[in-house]
Design a protein around this ligand. Structure first.
Ligand code: UTP
Length: 227
């Protein structure tokens, strides 16, 4: 049984309001793939839920970085509860909050996780889960279609890449992670993913046909980051 870790970017769950149409299609896709005997670990991002709470708190008083993170973490967790609810008949009934404490003997085919602790991102949680489960692949679904050789927002001639190795990828994203920076994969998670020799696939998640193509091993649009 292959375990596939999905880092589901909050920008897909709550781009502005909760995108229930996306979630409905995402659910159908996962259930279709489950029939093939695979198991999914889905890590939920915070999206606008996290950002709205973080912004509101900052407007009221001066808040410390750790509290900005905590409120973001709870944003990821309410989204994780939403996912658990829509997968009720298939999902482990608890949300995983500490990827180091996950029980390997969980029988359910879907496990949902949220944010862990301040200073990390949900990409990092996904990477820690890959480590715990000795999984080889993380599917990173967000609103980014490809890794580009340079920042496409700054450079018009930035080229989309089909493949990139961890060393070159880490040169592009740097070593620091800023919440909300909207990078294809968090730099701190990348460092661990490189060490674990993981394969991370960056795919635009709202094109679910493309995600389907990837899962069913057909041609897909996106970037494979690997050794
Ligand atoms: P993410 O930044 O991982 O969610 O968590 P996202 O919505 O998918 O992010 P984008 O779309 O890639 O930007 C939301 C916030 O929760 C806190 C951070 O402040 C983060 O910005 N967080 C999350 C943590 O502090 N620790 C965690 O383990 C996870």
């Amino acid at each position: 049984m292959e375990t596939i870790i999905i880092s589901l970017g909050g920008s897909l769950i709550v781009p502005n309001k909760i995108d229930f149409n996306f979630l409905k299609k995402f659910r159908n896709l996962i259930l279709k793939y489950l029939k093939k005997g695979n198991r999914f670990l889905i890590v939920s991002g915070g999206g606008k839920t996290a950002r709205n709470y973080q912004n509101a708190a900052s407007k009221i008083t001066k808040i410390i970085k750790e509290d900005i993170d905590w409120i973001g973490i709870h944003g990821t967790r309410i989204n994780a509860h939403l996912l658990r609810t829509i997968f009720r008949n298939y999902a482990y009934p608890k949300i995983i909050t500490n990827p180091q404490k996950i029980k390997k003997e969980i029988k359910e085919k879907i496990i949902i996780a949220g944010g862990w602790k301040p200073g990390w991102s949900t990409d990092f949680v996904a990477t820690k889960l890959a480590q715990a489960y000795e999984a080889k692949i993380i599917l990173n679904l967000s609103n980014i279609s490809f890794v580009f050789d340079k920042d496409p927002k700054k450079y018009k001639n930035a080229k989309p890449l089909k493949k990139i190795n961890w060393r070159d990828f880490r040169k592009i994203v740097g070593n620091k992670w800023n919440p909300g920076a909207n990078l294809p994969f968090d730099p701190i998670a990348s460092k661990l993913a490189e060490k674990l020799k993981l394969k991370v696939i960056v795919l635009k998640g709202n094109n679910l046909q493309n995600v389907d193509n990837f899962l069913f091993k057909k041609n897909f649009e996106g970037t494979t980051i690997e050794k």
